[in-house]
Design a protein around this ligand. Structure first.
Ligand code: DGL
Length: 255
């Protein structure tokens, strides 16, 4: 019998930054990665639209016998995770969230910029997290359109966007929370635009460890020694998405 997979999804290829961390701790699992690039960006969509897309993707992954689902999109997690957990009670659903608690734990005194989509920043789930761990030196920045620009991958457009939108924070920020899974792909460029020695916070590594713990507890870990396979599916069916995905996966630095 074929070993079951872990399903993972994002509005595009940004969730690769989560998958990379997961593979470090669970290298032998099989993965099905679903990139919903036909419907991105999620950040500017209504709650109802996001929930509907997430539900359809989960159904697609569960029809392919996935034993767990990772929501590798902060926007989808903050809006749809509770709903999906309620709906699919028998399968662990692990959801990324902006690593704002990590700032509280490790860099409480620093001036902090949380970068995320409009959907994430305005969500109830993020606001609960923010008010719980508020260090009172935090700016919240809705990066409208940034995930989409990263998805398209034009280095000059990305640089222009970051220079324009981060200019007012230049030299004034110590910590950046990368609150969208696309943003670690341009961490270096964000650092250059902010012009400081920035500490970056990204929840992907913690999510990977949490996923491993959950699978172990439920006895769902693959115990064999064979390295896992990765299947990539993109809703816009563009061949170049797949090529970029596998190119990124084999490199630690992107763009
Ligand atoms: N990677 C998604 C996130 O983490 C991007 C959302 C979007 O498509 O706007 O929020």
């Amino acid at each position: 019998m074929q070993e079951k997979s872990i399903g993972i999804f994002d509005s595009g290829i940004g969730g690769i930054t989560v998958l990379q961390e997961i593979i470090k701790v669970l290298p032998n699992e099989n993965y099905i990665y679903y990139s919903d690039s036909k419907n991105n960006p999620y950040g500017d969509k209504t709650k109802e639209e996001i929930v509907k897309r997430c539900e359809e993707i989960c159904k697609f992954l569960l029809d392919r016998q996935c034993k767990a689902i990772v929501i590798a999109c902060n926007t989808a997690s903050s809006i749809a995770a509770n709903y999906l957990r309620e709906k699919y009670k028998n399968v662990p659903i692990i959801a990324i969230e902006p690593a704002y608690k990590m700032v509280y734990d490790y860099a409480y005194d620093g001036k902090t910029l949380v970068m995320a989509t409009k959907g994430t920043i305005e969500s109830e789930r993020f606001n609960i997290l923010y008010h719980k761990y508020n260090n009172h030196k935090t700016e919240l920045l809705e990066c409208v359109g940034l995930a989409n620009i990263i998805e398209e991958g034009n280095a000059n457009t990305i640089k222009d966007y970051l220079e324009k939108n981060l200019e007012k924070y230049r030299g004034k920020i110590d910590n950046v929370v990368l609150g969208c899974t696309h943003y670690p792909l341009v961490q270096k460029e964000i650092g250059q635009a902010l012009g400081n020695n920035i500490k970056f916070f990204n929840g992907a590594n913690r999510l990977a460890i949490h996923l491993k713990n959950v699978l172990e507890k439920q006895d769902l870990i693959y115990k064999g020694k064979v390295k896992g396979k990765i299947i990539f599916i993109d809703s816009s069916r563009k061949k170049e998405k797949e090529e970029r995905f596998f190119k990124f996966l084999s490199r630690s630095e992107i763009l």
